[in-house]
Design a protein around this ligand. Structure first.
Ligand code: ADP
Ligand code: MG
Length: 333
């Protein structure tokens, strides 16, 4: 009897502690990085959540300003302006993004290559403009990640050839996701999910302990709510590259924004590639690279890096990596 009484007392004593103020989800969407950014956090008060989310949005905008290909004020355009002349002194963030990009280039035989910049300048998918054969011919000699020189010690980046340009569009969103998560954690948030369009990173769990859920879109479905399935994430990042967001069609050919650095033309072979890994800075460029490499080489590459993925090829066939089996749930969110 005494024992039961003791246990009851212990339970009563600890009950208020374990319960604490109630945790809720708070969510905010803003326009940044030329897309929609959605941040969801779990917090005990609206004030704490609001402050943390605002700080994370500020961080995403800071990365956007550094990496903006079209703004003359960005560090990227400083590097590009000085190409063939001298190195540019840049921030640690730019050095990190460029180093991570070159790393992916090396692992993919250049399928991912930020020096596709001269082509990014020529193509404009909103205006249905794609580089001509002649324009591509003159741009191709300027493409090659081996002509990027990174001096980490002095935080300097040099592009060896005049006319070279780097475009961080294939990694900046992922990097921004990781940095935003860092800021949320520093602001006292233990659980949340940051989505910069198709680059998403989750940490912790939803209130009640359930994993975060992310839907993977069917790349050719008309309605955006049609999904290939849903995956659960805990302390993971997921990135999708598809040919359905920025594209136009002309004479039965689909012109989209993921380019083969070898031909200068839109990559063929895939409709969408989703990669799951620990960090968005790795998952984002890898999804782009796999899109260029195609499903067979892509599956092998993702597996060799210890990540997971799902690829929809140009015939609509689905390819999954080892370990992905069973993760994709056929249900709508
Ligand atoms: P999204 O920007 O829609 O998330 P991705 O992450 O696949 O799509 O990145 C595509 C962007 O990356 C393009 O808009 C362009 O800026 C850049 N890019 C296109 N092709 C390549 C490539 N082969 N290697 C590196 N960057 C690329
Ligand atoms: Mg991406």
């Amino acid at each position: 009897m005494k024992k039961i009484y003791c246990i009851l007392l212990v339970v009563l004593l600890f009950f208020p502690l374990s319960c604490g103020p109630k945790e809720r989800m708070f969510r905010k969407s803003v326009q940044a990085m030329d897309t929609v950014v959605a941040i969801t956090v779990v917090a005990t008060s609206e004030e704490l959540a609001g402050k943390a989310i605002d700080a994370a949005v500020g961080e995403i905008r800071r990365i956007e300003n550094l990496a903006d290909f079209f703004s003359e004020k960005s560090e990227v355009s400083l590097v590009n302006r000085l190409a063939g002349q001298t190195g540019a002194v840049v921030s640690a963030d730019l050095i990190s993004m460029i180093t991570a990009s070159v790393d992916v280039s090396e692992r993919t035989e250049g399928a991912f290559d930020i020096t596709i910049g001269p082509l990014s300048l020529l193509n404009n998918f909103r205006n249905r403009k794609f580089a001509s054969v002649q324009e591509i011919r003159s741009a191709l000699p300027l493409i090659g990640f081996r002509n990027i020189v990174i001096d980490r010690e002095n935080s300097v980046v040099l592009l060896k050839k005049k006319g070279m340009r780097i475009d961080l569009g294939g990694i900046a969103k992922g990097y921004a996701c990781d940095k935003a998560v860092e800021i949320l954690k520093m602001s006292g948030i233990n659980s949340g999910i940051v989505a910069v369009a198709g680059d998403i990173r989750a940490f912790g769990t939803r209130p009640g302990g359930d994993a975060w859920r992310v839907g993977i879109r069917d790349p050719r479905a008309e309605g955006k709510e049609t999904l290939l399935g849903v995956v659960e994430l805990r302390d993971e990042a997921i990135s999708t590259s598809g040919d359905y967001e920025r594209f136009f069609e002309n004479e039965d050919r689909r012109y989209h924004h993921i380019l083969s650095p070898k031909s200068g033309l839109p990559a063929t072979g895939c409709k969408s590639v989703t990669v799951i890994g620990k960090e968005s800075t790795a998952a984002d460029p890898l999804a782009t690279a796999v899109f260029v490499l195609g499903s067979a080489r892509g599956v092998k590459l993702i597996e060799s890096l210890g990540m997971q993925g799902i690829i929809v090829d140009d015939a609509g066939k689905i390819h999954i990596t080892e370990g992905f089996d069973g993760r994709l749930r056929q249900r709508h969110i």
